[in-house]
Design a protein around this ligand. Structure first.
Ligand code: NAD
Ligand code: 0WE
Length: 231
């Protein structure tokens, strides 16, 4: 008997084997959860179908979180398969690349700000609202955040603002849904080399510096973040 045996979990934000969402899906699967997945666009479809198969699932749906109709279709499709949802994992973040290189005062644009906040913060509200009436008693909503929300870090810029907004959203959603027994939390993961870290200048140095400062003198793995999410 796994710790999540029989629980239903929707994983939003798997793109590769290095994705934090992959580590979460793996840990959930090991503990007996039933999984469903979404993919952002057609380019990712077959890859996500492969991950679903690996984790014993054939529930794979498109969902660009910028599009309300896709969120609504996702909800309708999944609700036809499962009477209720026990776990919603939001592992999505994006800002245009030019926002993440240089001082924020020099590189930030209104459009970049809007995109970062829409994809990285509002999407948690959008997904949680869509599934609100289908979440089981004692369901859990989880998202991923980063230290750059409360402390300035080079280049993280508007993503830091979006993560601060995401964390405030977690508190409001937790307050709204708490009376129904539903918990809403964020895990603040240390830096990990994923697709969302690719192309970031000096990421290698950041990983090295972070490892040196960390008590264990090493960086966190997606398996460890996955196990925290499972807990
Ligand atoms: P990743 O690139 O593997 O995952 C990011 C996911 O966001 C991808 O699956 C991508 O398809 C999805 N996404 C982006 N725009 C989308 C859209 N419009 N609609 C639907 N999906 C969209 O990278 P990751 O590092 O696993 O990122 C997952 C989460 O973890 C993000 O919220 C990120 O900010 C957070 N995080 C990452 C780190 C790190 O160092 N990698 C540290 C702390 C927190
Ligand atoms: O939250 C993140 C990832 C944020 C992210 C990364 C990218 C790169 C590719 C959001 N959008 C994009 N858009 C792209 O086009 N992390 C915590 C990882 C991360 O990203 C950084 C970091 C760290 C750490 C960006 C700059 C500085 C540090």
């Amino acid at each position: 008997m796994g710790l999540l045996s029989g629980k239903t979990a929707l994983i939003v934000g798997i793109a590769s084997k290095k994705s934090i969402a992959y580590g979460i899906a793996k840990s959930f699967h090991e503990q007996g959860a039933k999984l469903a997945f979404t993919y952002q666009n057609e380019k990712l479809k077959s890859r996500v179908e492969g991950f679903a198969e690996e984790f014993g699932s054939d529930l794979v749906y498109p969902c660009d979180v910028a599009i309300d109709a896709e969120i609504n279709n996702l909800k309708n499709n999944l609700c036809n398969q499962w009477p209720s949802l026990d776990i919603l994992v939001h592992s999505v973040g994006y800002a245009p690349a030019n926002e993440l290189e240089g001082d924020m005062v020099d590189v930030s644009t209104r459009e970049g700000f809007q995109i970062a906040h829409d994809i990285s913060s509002y999407s948690l509200i959008a997904l949680t609202s869509a599934f609100k009436d289908h979440l089981s008693e004692s369901a859990s909503v989880l998202t991923l955040t980063y230290h750059g929300s409360t402390q300035t870090l080079p280049n993280y810029n508007v993503m830091g603002m979006a993560k601060a907004s995401l964390e405030a959203g977690v508190r409001y959603l937790a307050s709204n849904l708490g009376p129904m027994g539903i918990r809403v939390n964020a895990i603040s993961a240390g830096p990990i080399r994923t697709l969302a870290a690719s192309g970031i200048k000096s990421f290698r140095k950041m990983l090295k510096d972070n490892a040196q400062r960390a008590p264990l003198r090493r960086n966190v793995t997606i398996e460890e973040v996955g196990n925290s999410a499972m807990f």
